[in-house]
Design a protein. Structure first.
Length: 258
């Protein structure tokens, strides 16, 4: 009896109606994307533009060694607008925030001209303590004022350098803390959390085709050392830092599967 009733209920579900409701819910959400000008954040921006009706972007100047990424952001945003008319219509204001206090609080290979190496605590010295937490807190504060209820970040636990503030548990705990502290219902989305770099390239292709792949390859910046240099098959960069090696490996794996 129970099984028969359940089957009848499932059969009566109108999945087109469910899709319509989900689309309406997404379009009632307004997103703020943490946009650095790198591969991951550009993919996340394309993802957000494909899911939400209004999307704004936020970037941070924190004394990073690879500050050239900030120079790439404006032209990237303009080129993304040209990839898709609906993206152009959905993409709103960009915000650049000075968080140079971060570089004053810690000495890392991301903020100082020092060699990249592993530390005694098992983390690479590219880890900037509190950086992503401060990014999200700042973004949430801006989102609150701008009436944006979704934060989108490129944190990834599957293919990362062990940074504790990139972990899913950290993001979930932060979402709870932000909502309690702001007395709101803000959602943190991390589309790359459980995928590797090859899958990130594939996600970009599914969102914007070969045009988005080429935009990411030619115009984004990921290299920790801030070097543009020659255009490699996978993009610009020194080719030897952990960020370049990860990006190159992911690209080659992605291309071998297409």
């Amino acid at each position: 009896m129970v099984i028969a009733s359940t089957k009848k209920l499932v059969a009566s579900i109108n999945f087109e109606t469910i899709d319509l409701i989900m689309n309406q819910l997404n379009h009632s959400n307004r997103a703020l994307v943490l946009f650095s000008g790198g591969q991951d954040s550009t993919t996340c921006l394309a993802w957000a533009l494909s899911h939400f009706s209004h999307v704004e972007t936020i970037g941070f100047h924190y004394g990073q060694r690879h500050a050239i990424e900030l120079e790439m952001r404006p032209q990237l945003l303009q080129k993304i607008r040209k990839l898709n008319p609906s993206w152009d219509a959905s993409l709103g204001e960009d915000h650049l925030i000075d968080l140079s206090v971060i570089s004053q609080l810690s000495q890392t290979a991301m903020t100082e001209d020092i060699a990249i190496q592993m530390q005694e605590n098992g983390l690479p010295n590219t880890f900037v303590p509190g950086r992503n937490l401060m990014f999200m807190l700042t973004a949430a504060t801006l989102a609150y004022r701008r009436n944006l209820n979704v934060l989108v970040g490129g944190m990834c636990e599957t293919d990362f350098s062990g940074y504790p503030d990139c972990r899913d548990d950290s993001m979930k705990a932060l979402q709870v803390a932000l909502n309690l502290g702001l007395d709101t219902r803000m959602r943190l989305e991390t589309p790359l959390m459980w995928i590797d770099k090859a899958a990130t390239w594939r996600l970009a292709e599914s969102l914007g085709g070969e045009a988005l792949i080429e935009l990411i390859r030619e115009d984004t910046h990921t290299c920790y050392l801030g070097q543009r240099g020659q255009l490699h098959e996978w993009g610009h960069g020194c080719g030897t830092c952990p960020a370049c090696e990860l990006r190159a490996k992911g690209y080659l794996s992605y291309r071998s599967q297409t």
